[in-house]
Write a protein that binds this ligand. Structure first.
Ligand code: SAH
Ligand code: SF4
Ligand code: F3S
Length: 446
C-alpha cells in the first residue's frame, strides 16, 4: 500500500514518552503510509509535522514545547504545512492547545490516532481537536522500527489512582483488548518474522478482568497462549503492578520457554507510609513478599523497578526505607525520578513539598545504591554463555555487535551474526548496565 510518487506528501513524527507512545507513533506512521504519505528525514521540508507527546513529568512538557517552536517557525515560512499534536500532553490540555499555540491545526488524545486520518482526508480548514476515549485502534497497521521485534497492545487506560500520576486522566479507564484479537495479531507478526513481542499496557497483569465469555483470559493465561505461538522466541511485557503480581504469572515465567527472565516491578517508595499517600495499595511487606515469590520460582530472573524520590512529606526516615529495599532486593536496574507535581493530580495539591536540594541529594544517594547493586548483580553473568538477540552494530564501536539477553541486559560483543539472529555469547565482563563478550561461533542458539 501507499504511493511514493513525486506528488506524495510527506510526514515527520517526533515521539516523546513511553513505549505506549512509541507504539502509537508506529501506528500513526503505518496509517499515514496507507494514506500515501512518505516519511520525511527531518521536520524541514515535511508537509505534515506531528508530535506525539508525554506529560508524565514537568521536564517532558518543557522538552516538547521547545521542539514545537521549530514547527511554528516552519509554519510561518510555509503556511500550508499541517502541524498536529497528539498523545498525553495534548489530552491533558485539550482545546487549550489551540489558544496557546494557534499554529497547531489538529490535536488528538492517545485513543484518537485514527481521527488524524479523518482530519487529513476531510476538507476541514479549521483547527480540530479529538479527545474522546474510544475503542482499540489495534487494527491500525504499524510501521515497525525493527522487523524482528514488535509491540502488542493488550490493554489501554488505567484504573489505579496513584496520587502523583497523570496517566489515568490522559489514557482513560482501563479496558482489555479481546484475547482472540491479540493472538491473531501475534500469529500474524510471527508469520512476518517477528521473534520478540513486548505486551503493552499501563497495568498489564490486571489484564482480562473486564472481559466476558470465551474471550476471558487472565494475564497468566494470555502469556501461555502467546508462548504457544510458533516462531515467538521471546515475550516481554510492561508494566505490571505489584498488587497484581500473583503466583500464576510467576509460574508462567518459570514454565513458558519464551517468557523472558525479567520482571519490572515498580516500587515507587520503600516506605509504607509514603506508599499509602501515593495510593499504591501495597505496603513494603507485601512488595517484599512478591519479590520473595519471584526469587523462589525464578532465582536468576532480573528484577528492575521505578522509584520516585521527594514525594510530598517524604522524611529522611522514609527515604532510608527506600534505600533499604534497594539494598535488600538488589535490582538489576532502576528508573529513578524526582517527584514532579502534575496538573489535576491529588499529590500536586499536597503541602510539605520536599525542598529541591534535598531531593537532589536523595537522588544522588539512590542512584549510587542502585548502580552499585546492579553492578554486583551483573557479575553473575560473567563466565556464562547467554542467548542474545542481535539488534545491530554497537553504537560506540561499529566493529562490535549489540543485542539483548533474555534478562534484558544490553550485550556488546564481538561476532559476525546478523540483526534478528539469536546467538550464544560468552560473557567476559559486566558493568551495571552492559555485558561484554564474544560470540561462540560453533553453537548457534535458537
Ligand atoms: N503504568 C506504569 C508506568 C507509569 S509511568 C506503572 O505503573 O508502572 C512510569 C513511571 O514514572 C512511574 O512508575 C513513576 O515512577 C514515574 N512517575 C509517574 N508520575 C510521576 C510524577 N508525577 N513524578 C515523578 N515520577 C513519576
Ligand atoms: Fe500511573 Fe499508577 Fe496507573 Fe501506573 S498504575 S499508570 S503509576 S496511576
Ligand atoms: Fe507519557 Fe502518556 Fe506514556 S504521559 S509516559 S506518554 S502514558
Amino acid at each position: 500500500m501507499g504511493t511514493t510518487g513525486p506528488a506524495a506528501k510527506s510526514f515527520h513524527v517526533t515521539t516523546f514518552g513511553c513505549q505506549m507512545n512509541e507504539h502509537d507513533s508506529e501506528r500513526m506512521k503505518g496509517m499515514l503510509s496507507a494514506l500515501g504519505y512518505s516519511e520525511a528525514p527531518s521536520r524541514e521540508g515535511a508537509d505534515l509535522i506531528l508530535f506525539n507527546t508525554c506529560s508524565i513529568r514537568e521536564n517532558a512538557d518543557s522538552r516538547f514545547i521547545a521542539h514545537l517552536g521549530e514547527a511554528k517557525r516552519l509554519k510561518g515560512e510555509q503556511p500550508d504545512i499541517v502541524v498536529g499534536v497528539g498523545g498525553c500532553w495534548a489530552q491533558s490540555v485539550k482545546d487549550e492547545v489551540f489558544d496557546r499555540f494557534p499554529f497547531v491545526d489538529v490535536a488528538f488524545g492517545p485513543g484518537q490516532i485514527h481521527k488524524l486520518a479523518e482530519f487529513l482526508t476531510s476538507d476541514s480548514i479549521s483547527a480540530q481537536g479529538y479527545f474522546e476515549f474510544e475503542d482499540f485502534a489495534g487494527h491500525l497497521p504499524a510501521r515497525r522500527a525493527r522487523p524482528f521485534q514488535a509491540w502488542v497492545q493488550i490493554s489501554q487506560g488505567c484504573n489505579c489512582a496513584c496520587s502523583y500520576c497523570i496517566v489515568p486522566s490522559t489514557r482513560g479507564r482501563e479496558s482489555s483488548r479481546r484475547s482472540g484479537e491479540i493472538l491473531e495479531e501475534v500469529r500474524g507478526l510471527a508469520a512476518e518474522g517477528v521473534r520478540e513481542v513486548t505486551l503493552l499496557g499501563q497495568n498489564v497483569n490486571s489484564y482480562g478482568r473486564d472481559l466476558r465469555g470465551e474471550e476471558k483470559r487472565t494475564f497468566a493465561e494470555l502469556l501461555r497462549a502467546v508462548d504457544a505461538v510458533d516462531g515467538i522466541d521471546r515475550i516481554r511485557y510492561t508494566s505490571p503492578h505489584p498488587k497484581d503480581m500473583k503466583e500464576d504469572v510467576v509460574l508462567a515465567h518459570a514454565e513458558c520457554p519464551a517468557v523472558c527472565e525479567h520482571i519490572h516491578l515498580p516500587l515507587q517508595s520503600g516506605s509504607s507510609r509514603v506508599l499509602k499517600a501515593m495510593r499504591r495499595t501495597y505496603d513494603r511487606e507485601r512488595y517484599l513478599d512478591r519479590v520473595a515469590l519471584i526469587r523462589e520460582h525464578l532465582p536468576d530472573a532480573a528484577l528492575t523497578t521505578d522509584i520516585i524520590v521527594g514525594f510530598p512529606g517524604e522524611t529522611d526516615a522514609d527515604f532510608e526505607e527506600t534505600l533499604e529495599v534497594v539494598e535488600e532486593v538488589g535490582y538489576d536496574g532502576a528508573f529513578t525520578f524526582v517527584f514532579s507535581p502534575r496538573r489535576g493530580t491529588e499529590a500536586a495539591a499536597l503541602e510539605q513539598r520536599v525542598p529541591h536540594p534535598l531531593k537532589k541529594e536523595r537522588m544522588e544517594r539512590l542512584v549510587e545504591a542502585v548502580q552499585r547493586r546492579a553492578r554486583e548483580r551483573s557479575q553473575r553473568f560473567v563466565g556464562r554463555t547467554l542467548n542474545v538477540l542481535v539488534e545491530g552494530p554497537s553504537r560506540t564501536d561499529p566493529a562490535r555487535l549489540r543485542g539483548r539477553s533474555r534478562h534484558n541486559k544490553a550485550v556488546n560483543f564481538e561476532g559476525t551474526a546478523a540483526a534478528g539472529e539469536i546467538v550464544a555469547v560468552e560473557i567476559a565482563s559486566a558493568t551495571s548496565q552492559t555485558l561484554m563478550g564474544s560470540e561462540r561461533l560453533l553453537s548457534r542458539a535458537r
